[in-house]
Design a protein around this ligand. Structure first.
Ligand code: AMP
Length: 405
């Protein structure tokens, strides 16, 4: 069966068509600037040339139509008709406390996703727009929602509660949820598989280090803690996000800069992290590594501070799990930035980690960096959230067809 995986943002829509049998990507692409002038779609069929078309896309309905046109186009298409799409899997950022796994989307579920939108006002409404557009244009095709928060719903209250008056949790569901769950789930499962072990027998720390970054503690198959919180701002320092800080900084900056809380939050989300700490050099680790090599002290401090924070989380999660068997790096930085992995491992050596300098030069590949006699397996496992969404969609659609839901 072909499964169309959709990741819809407010003005963009990423898609992949995946063959559920071979798990190969049949085609993938991206619609950009939806709702603005100059909207365009980039479409790449497997083994074919990437093509870019400027198409007016006033809304997400038009974007989904453009995707279907590209997929079924006589010349560049990969399928003949919509009938060859067996299911659609939608990435949904926030599932609140209701969704601890993927679900078949119907009106009742969509209303429930809408109800948790207050917890992710930038993301869930955009995800819902994509869902509605697909349902309108493909009413017969079963659809599943796969939530970024779902994998972390196994966290215990001691990990997910903030030290705030308890009524805020009861009244507003104010708690830590965690994100990147599909990636933490996929990478921890794949890491165990690569080691020839069962995930249920291992204590795994996954470091998802991309533009957004989070660490998780996957204890015998269950996420018991993760670094992001109510929103994806908590935890690690990221490309442009501050991560953990003293909350009193917010009112301090409101006072000094004479600005609103919203403006300070925007600084914490968009102007902070390694971008801010490097004095504005870049949020891209390639630029920072170059600048640090050329002697820029701010770039060097930003990189070292980033590594320190990842190291601290690894230490904390090892303490929570009573030890660690596997540390897995993933996402843009985790998969590609060997020097950053080496910096981080300086902070984890006390746990019994080592990394091979030659293997650490590899980029974007599944590789075990440690040696067999090490107490901890350190590895790189490229994430594949689209494949994970396709797998979960297939499972939920097949279960639905057999009346098991
Ligand atoms: P992601 O959000 O997972 O796509 O990660 C994007 C980030 O990965 C970029 O902003 C870069 O900082 C980082 N990145 C990608 N490729 C490399 C590379 N070859 N070396 C270092 N960092 C990289």
């Amino acid at each position: 069966m072909n499964i169309l995986v959709i990741n819809c943002g407010s003005s963009s829509l990423k898609y992949q068509l995946i063959d559920s049998v071979t798990e190969e990507v049949v085609a993938k692409g991206l619609c950009e600037r939806i709702g603005s002038a100059g909207a365009c779609i980039t479409h790449t069929p497997a083994g074919g040339e990437k093509l870019t078309r400027e198409i007016p896309m006033p809304d997400h309905d038009a974007a989904v139509s453009a995707v279907i046109d590209c997929l079924t186009d006589e010349e560049t298409g990969v399928i003949h008709s919509l009938g060859e799409i067996g299911a659609v899997g939608h990435r949904i950022v926030h599932g609140g406390e209701r969704f601890a796994s993927a679900v078949l989307l119907d009106e009742e579920v969509i209303a429930a996703v809408e109800a948790v939108s207050a917890l992710a006002p930038l993301h869930n409404p955009a995800n819902l727009t994509g869902i509605r557009a697909c349902r309108k244009l493909m009413p017969e095709v079963p659809m599943a929602g796969v939530f970024d928060t779902a994998f972390h719903q196994t966290m215990p209250p001691k990990a997910y509660l903030y030290a705030l008056p308890l009524e805020y949790y009861r009244d507003y569901q104010l708690r830590r949820y965690g994100f990147h769950g599909t990636s933490h789930d996929y990478v921890s499962a794949r890491a165990a598989q690569l080691l020839g072990r069962k995930r249920e027998d291992l204590r795994i720390i996954v470091c998802h280090l991309g533009n957004g970054a989070s660490v998780s503690a996957v204890d015998h198959g269950r996420s018991i803690d993760t670094s992001m919180g109510l929103t994806p701002l908590e935890g690690l320092m990221m490309g442009t996000r501050s991560g953990d800080l003293d909350p009193a900084i917010i009112t301090f900056l409101m006072d000094r800069l004479d600005c609103s809380a919203g403006e300070v939050l925007s600084i914490l989300n968009h102007k902070s992290g390694v971008l801010g700490l490097s004095g504005g050099i870049s949020n891209d680790f390639r630029d920072l590594t170059k600048a640090a090599a050329a002697g820029d002290e701010n770039a060097e401090t930003a990189l070292e501070a980033y590594a320190l924070r990842v190291g601290k989380y690894i230490g904390a999660y090892a303490a929570e799990m009573g030890g660690v068997d596997v540390i897995a790096f993933t996402a843009g930085v985790g998969e590609n930035d060997g020097p950053m992995r080496a910096r981080i491992s300086e902070y984890t050596r006390f746990l019994g980690t080592s990394i091979d300098p030659e293997r650490n030069k590899l980029r974007g590949e599944e590789v075990i960096l440690s040696s067999p006699e090490d107490a901890v397996a350190t590895m790189v496992v490229p994430t594949n959230e689209e494949l994970a969404i396709a797998r979960q969609t297939l499972a939920i659609v097949e279960a639905g067809a057999q009346g098991k839901l």
